[in-house]
Write a new protein. Structure first.
Length: 641
């Protein structure tokens, strides 16, 4: 009896000890203390080493915890020529797409006032903008802020060189908003125009320009006095590229036409105030910009491709690193690169911005700081996937997959030819599922082996990433997402005629034929001239079909070659007049093909026999028509912009 009592007493003590230890552990996590001196020493060494190796002229960082600033520091130069140093308080950087988080805050403020409903059709709020939506489901504010609206996106006309050229937001979207190309709410796909459309709703609801609204309701209340949407500010850091051993000013400059999605300029110090507000239930310095409930909604995961993957809050990317939930958003534009990261578990905020964008240093720096100062913990992500009704054969996943962010309706689509962030899924000789990562333009591939975990869930054995497939509810289409990018977008399985192999093969066949036709014609023409000159033989006139075929081949080949030089780097300011003129060439080519086809049929009916030429004309017509189909697929037939 005594032994039983002793045993029970011992178990109680052990449980109490265990609870107290667990309580202490949790308390320690909540009250994580970071030594500010150690933090500054580590960050200083990290920045100095990486800025030197990655050729970054200037950077700024601010780290906050709770209501305090742990570190605020500038590195390098905001102007290389004058050696003006970066100041976290006064040096202004373009923060690019980090601007989107202010749209979510603004919408949430209006939701608190019952002026916007997240589940209402946004068309009911818009006064002049009409949305082309062929699907049954309307677009809602929830979908705009989680990038699930299904709107098409593009990069043509993002910028205006002169500020006077900038149209009011609603007017710009009236003429430039692309149609809905997939079922609203179906998948996550990052979309800047969707965020701009959300800002247009704010304007129509408040009868106030978005820039003025966010200035009065967010920037000023938080004391963000150096934050604006005015690129003329004197304290704006210059941006650079590094080439040939020296820093060169970034070649592009302009004003964002969809400025709510990427036009904010700010300092590290100002962004620190913003992070403190978001990590303290919407309050900074006794000013409440949002309620605790609204902050929670913004930070909570609102959409995901699959329960085993992270997804989207309201504009915030929900990511996992070292098993910590990160609320993050990156920003890139005109040579600037930024990363904003909130770690709610410790009320920790990290903001890094630089003035040279040919790297990924801001995100790398954030993760290096997490590695150094945050303890390890268990995984956040569910181990199990929700079972689906249909168990797919592994062969169903075979094929090419392309990132859906690529535009579908304008000729900006051709920017991904032949490879554009593509993956290829195939089965190797051992029956294992293989994932090949393709790069832009050339098959610079990396290969990964996948292990099936659940029906639609696979584990990448090389880097331990999770790959999930999903079948569309409305069609046979199969989507794919990976844990690295599931917050940002989705991949879609390509049809056979969309695959890089088919498209590239068709392009090569057509171009080879056109070049052979032109070279052969020139050789034959030269041979005929020489023969007639020295042998006094009269030249037989060529059949008009020959001339039409050669002219068509020259136009087709010339269009592609000229496009490579004409389109490159110029479309961000809109479509120049010479590009518009160039886009007329496919119409001329199509007209000639129709004339050639009609003439060939007419000659055949009248009894004219060309022999081998007959086969040549037929092949020429068929290849030219295939080429026209190719141009149409890439939206190069017509004025699609």
């Amino acid at each position: 009896m005594k032994s039983k009592v002793l045993l029970i007493f011992s178990l109680v003590l052990i449980m109490q000890f265990s609870i107290s230890v667990q309580g202490k552990t949790i308390s320690q996590q909540e009250d994580l203390k970071i030594d500010q001196k150690e933090l500054e020493e580590y960050v200083t060494q990290l920045f100095e080493e990486e800025m030197d190796s990655q050729h970054i002229p200037g950077a700024a960082i601010i780290i906050t915890q709770g209501k305090e600033v742990l570190l605020s520091k500038g590195f390098g130069y905001s102007d290389v020529a004058t050696k003006e140093k970066v100041s976290p308080e006064s040096t202004v950087f373009r923060i690019g797409s980090v601007s989107k988080v202010f749209v979510a805050d603004s919408v949430m403020q209006l939701t608190e006032k019952n002026k916007i409903d997240f589940d209402e059709d946004i068309s009911s709020y818009l006064k002049t903008i009409e949305i082309s939506n062929p699907f049954n489901n309307p677009i809602t504010m929830h979908q705009l802020l989680t990038h699930t609206s299904g709107l098409d996106d593009q990069r043509i006309g993002d910028l205006s060189i002169d500020r006077k050229e900038i149209e009011p937001l609603s007017e710009f979207l009236e003429s430039n908003l692309l149609p809905v190309v997939r079922q609203p709410g179906e998948v996550i796909q990052y979309n800047s125009y969707g965020i701009a459309l959300a800002a247009a709703v704010i304007e129509d609801v408040t009868n106030q320009k978005y820039s003025m609204y966010v200035e009065e309701n967010i920037f000023q209340p938080l004391g963000m006095m150096n934050t604006s949407m005015l690129p003329e500010v004197e304290s704006l850091s210059r941006s650079y590229q590094y080439s040939d051993g020296q820093y060169k000013l970034y070649p592009s400059f302009g004003y964002f036409n969809i400025y709510p999605a990427g036009g904010v300029l700010s300092t590290a110090s100002d962004m620190g105030k913003y992070m403190i507000a978001h990590l303290n239930d919407g309050e900074y310095n006794n000013v409440q910009i949002l309620s605790k409930q609204s902050i929670k909604k913004i930070h909570n995961q609102q959409e995901t491709f699959d329960p085993v993957l992270t997804g989207m809050g309201y504009t915030y990317w929900i990511r996992e690193y070292n098993n910590y939930k990160l609320l993050e958003h990156g920003g890139y534009g005109l040579g600037y690169l930024t990363d904003l990261c909130l770690i709610p578990e410790y009320n920790l905020g990290i903001f890094v911005t630089i003035n040279q964008g040919d790297n990924n240093f801001p995100e790398e720096a954030v993760r290096a700081i997490i590695d150094e100062f945050l303890p390890k913990k268990k995984s956040l992500i569910n181990d199990k996937n929700i079972e689906t009704e249909t168990w797919l054969d592994i062969e169903d996943f075979i094929g090419y997959y392309r990132f859906l962010e690529m535009t579908q309706t304008t000729f900006d689509k051709c920017s991904v030819f032949p490879y554009g962030q593509d993956y290829r899924v195939k089965i190797n000789q051992n029956g294992q599922m293989i994932l090949e990562e393709k790069g832009y333009y050339f098959p610079d591939q990396k290969t990964y082996t996948l292990e099936r975990i659940e029906n639609m869930v696979f584990k990448n054995l090389e880097d331990n990433q999770t790959i999930v497939f999903r079948k569309s509810e409305d069609s046979p289409t199969i989507f794919m997402a990976e844990s690295n990018t599931s917050h940002h977008g989705t991949y879609v399985q390509l049809k056979w005629y969309e695959t890089p192999l088919f498209q590239l093969s068709l392009f090569i066949v057509c171009m080879t034929f056109f070049i052979i036709v032109m070279i052969t014609f020139l050789i034959m023409k030269l041979y005929s001239i020489i023969r007639s000159k020295y042998k006094k033989i009269s030249i037989k006139p060529y059949n008009k079909l020959i001339y039409i075929s050669v002219l068509t081949s020259a136009l087709n080949a010339g269009f592609i070659i000229t496009s490579l030089y004409t389109f490159n780097g110029r479309l961000q300011y809109g479509v120049p007049i010479d590009v518009k003129a160039l886009l007329m060439v496919p119409f001329i080519s199509l007209s000639l093909i129709i004339v050639m086809l009609i003439t060939w049929i007419k000659d055949i009916r009248t009894g004219m026999k060309y022999g081998i030429r007959n086969a040549y004309y037929l092949v020429s017509i068929l290849i030219s028509l295939a080429y026209i189909w190719f141009l149409n697929y890439w939206n190069l037939l017509g004025f699609r912009y």
